[in-house]
Design a protein around this ligand. Structure first.
Ligand SMILES: [Zn+2]
Length: 312
């Protein structure tokens, strides 16, 4: 029997799983911290893969989901947030040398989009937008049943569209990007600013103001917490209206930690989209929903990449 290896690399932890030829139930899964004083993330990645690879099994190929920017065609990661060692790192060459099997790489949000499209919330749709709303905002775009990569493989950075030219500075250094207004970290930042101004809220007693904590307060009726999600939803909806004009998807899927707040975020998004879209034809049959695969989306996408790229 032979297997496929799927890997999901993050700034804090790396996960690997061995999968059989068919199906989505892993044979073995392992998770380790990305950083350790004893070995580089590169060396730890090799050990991690070996730890999930059953003895006497042949690896067919390896699929990797990693944070970008990167070039999926060449398998080179340009930079990875929180992994300084991955600067201009030829990841697929590195794995192919070590294991002597084909290796494939793509952006984690792209692969999550692929996973949600083929076996998750987006099943049956050929035009899909996927967003992961967590610390930052990542995204993936399926057009005509294919992932959109662009000329250099760095397309689909929808979190970095400008929605407020004189707005707060984004993690990428530019003002007013969607991520700077509506990611989990920035929802919390806005609430903290309002609290500092003296706005009344039950969040004043919270040890740590996080998006999760704000969602909890909003569900209990806290006006500031509700306003925080209304504001994030308004900005996401405003940007989304433009994305609908560009891509005309039939479904928009929201994943990532902040999307677990469900309608608290989706309802303001739906309202805002309707206010900003040029023609109701763009929203008439549009599904706006939450992701189905949770934390596994990137890993499932990496598995699909490993299986399909080897056939091409
Ligand atoms: Zn940005």
């Amino acid at each position: 029997m032979s297997i496929y290896i799927a890997i999901d690399i993050g700034g804090t932890q790396m996960r690997a799983a061995a999968f059989p030829i068919e199906g989505y139930d892993p044979i073995r899964v392992q998770k380790i911290p990305t950083h350790s004083p004893n070995a580089s993330p590169q060396e730890r990645l090799i050990l991690l893969i070996k730890s999930v690879c059953p003895e006497n099994e042949t690896i067919n190929s390896i699929g990797v989901a990693a944070p970008g920017p990167m070039n999926p065609k060449t398998g080179v990661i340009y930079t990875a947030p929180n992994i300084a060692e991955f600067r201009d790192f030829a990841l697929t060459d590195y794995l192919e040398n070590e294991f002597q099997v084909p290796a494939f790489l793509d952006n984690d949000a792209n692969l999550a989009a692929l996973g949600e499209w083929l076996i998750g919330a987006g099943k049956g749709h050929d035009h899909l937008l996927y967003f992961t709303i967590s610390t930052g905002i990542g995204s993936g775009i399926i057009v005509d049943g294919k992932l959109l990569h662009g000329e250099s493989g760095i397309a689909a950075e929808l979190g970095h569209v400008t929605v407020l030219p004189d707005g707060p500075i984004c993690g990428c250094g530019h003002p007013g990007h969607l991520e700077a207004l509506a990611s989990g970290k920035n929802i919390a930042r806005w609430v903290k600013k309002e609290l500092a101004k003296g706005v009344e809220s039950t969040l004043r007693n919270a040890k740590k103001v996080t998006a999760k904590r704000i969602a909890k307060a909003a569900k209990k009726g806290d006006p500031l917490a509700i306003m925080a999600f209304e504001r994030a939803g308004e900005h996401i909806g405003l940007a989304l209206a433009s994305f609908l004009h560009a891509f005309n998807p039939s479904i928009v899927v929201f994943g990532g930690g902040v999307s677990l707040s469900g309608d608290l975020l989706l309802e303001p998004i739906r309202r805002s989209v309707k206010n900003h879209v040029m023609n109701s034809k763009f929203t008439d049959n549009l599904v706006i929903t939450t992701a189905a695969l949770g934390d596994d989306a990137g890993m499932i996408g990496a598995l699909i990449l490993a299986r399909t790229a080897i056939e091409q």
